[in-house]
Ligand binder design. Structure first.
Ligand code: MG
Length: 308
């Protein structure tokens, strides 16, 4: 049996929220449709954060209500607070019966300064909020995915203690998150850091309950994927074309590009269910909509090879 790896697409949310352009709702849905056509099993589609904070995702309700239904495909939407959860539930009601294919995603940073800048409260305050929010989402039938941001390094504090990250990840799992994704928000991790953090978590958390959310800012994302695979991790986040950039380093790569991840996994004989040719088509669409050359290397190589 071919080992299976889950590619968790975050471009429509994590990518677009960090792009300068704001896409029309129809263009966002076209991008989601292209990603669904490529066979991605998980797509984080939008965020129910206040439009005052992230105007690019102000149409979260319209996007959610119109997400295409595909067997084997599940979505997620970021939910920062109780108000966001209510907005997500209203959008799902507008979408009609069967909400089982949309998960709520929640986020907390491992470093105090990043959490303060990002969520406007200390880490303990966010965890206290999540203590109510995660069970509330689950009680309404939504699976919940947790993110730990700055899991390897913080733009304000530097290196982050893996013991602290492990503690927060365990807390999210104990609250009822089905999976916790460990985010290298500023792309500083190396394989040794990945092994060190997973070494703290895997003795007490199943590998399926963990994911890696890697950024390629310094070119280490795929090396870190390999380290994760070797430790038993089965889920990796990525954004089509490397959509999103890095908010802390203008011009630098942010999210690992989905095409780069899928190219490597397929070459290693790992089954993803993703059609790389169709994924490149989605990447070409993302690039056209973003209005800039996207950093994904496998995307650019494929486009160059076809003379486009
Ligand atoms: Mg990211």
């Amino acid at each position: 049996m071919t080992p299976r790896v889950t590619v968790y697409e975050v471009g429509p949310r994590d990518g677009l929220q960090n792009e300068a352009v704001t896409l029309a709702t129809g263009d966002k849905l076209a991008l989601v449709g292209a990603l669904a056509d490529a066979g991605l099993p998980r797509i984080e589609a939008t965020s129910f954060v206040s439009p005052r904070w992230i105007p690019q995702l102000a149409d979260a309700a319209e996007v959610t209500a119109a997400l295409p239904r595909r067997s084997g495909l599940a979505y997620a939407a970021l939910v920062p607070n109780a108000r966001g959860l209510e907005r997500l539930l209203a959008a799902l009601a507008a979408r009609g019966e069967g909400i089982a294919d949309v998960a709520a995603a929640v986020v907390v940073s491992a470093s105090e300064s990043h959490n303060l800048r990002n969520l406007n409260r200390p880490v303990a305050g966010t965890l206290a909020e999540l203590e109510a929010l995660v069970p509330a989402a689950r009680a309404r039938g939504l699976p919940v995915r947790g993110y730990v941001s700055t899991a390897f390094g913080c733009p304000y504090e530097g290196r982050v203690d893996p013991g602290r990250v492990a503690e927060i990840a365990h807390r999210l799992l104990a609250l009822g998150c089905a999976q916790v994704s460990l985010g290298d928000t500023i792309g500083v991790a190396t394989p040794r850091d990945v092994r060190a953090l997973l070494g703290r978590l895997l003795p007490s958390a199943p590998a399926a309950a963990l994911a890696l959310h890697l950024h390629d800012t310094r070119g280490t994302a795929l090396a870190n994927v390999l380290a994760g695979l070797e430790e038993g991790i089965e889920t990796f986040d990525a954004a089509v074309g490397g959509l999103g950039g890095c908010p802390y380093a203008p011009g630098a790569s942010g999210n690992l590009a989905t095409e780069d991840l899928v190219y490597m996994l397929q070459g290693m004989g790992l089954e993803t269910g993703v059609d790389l040719g169709r994924l490149v088509a989605a990447g070409a669409l993302a690039q056209r909509l973003a209005g800039r050359r996207l950093p994904g290397r496998a995307l650019q190589a494929a486009l160059a090879a076809r003379g486009g």
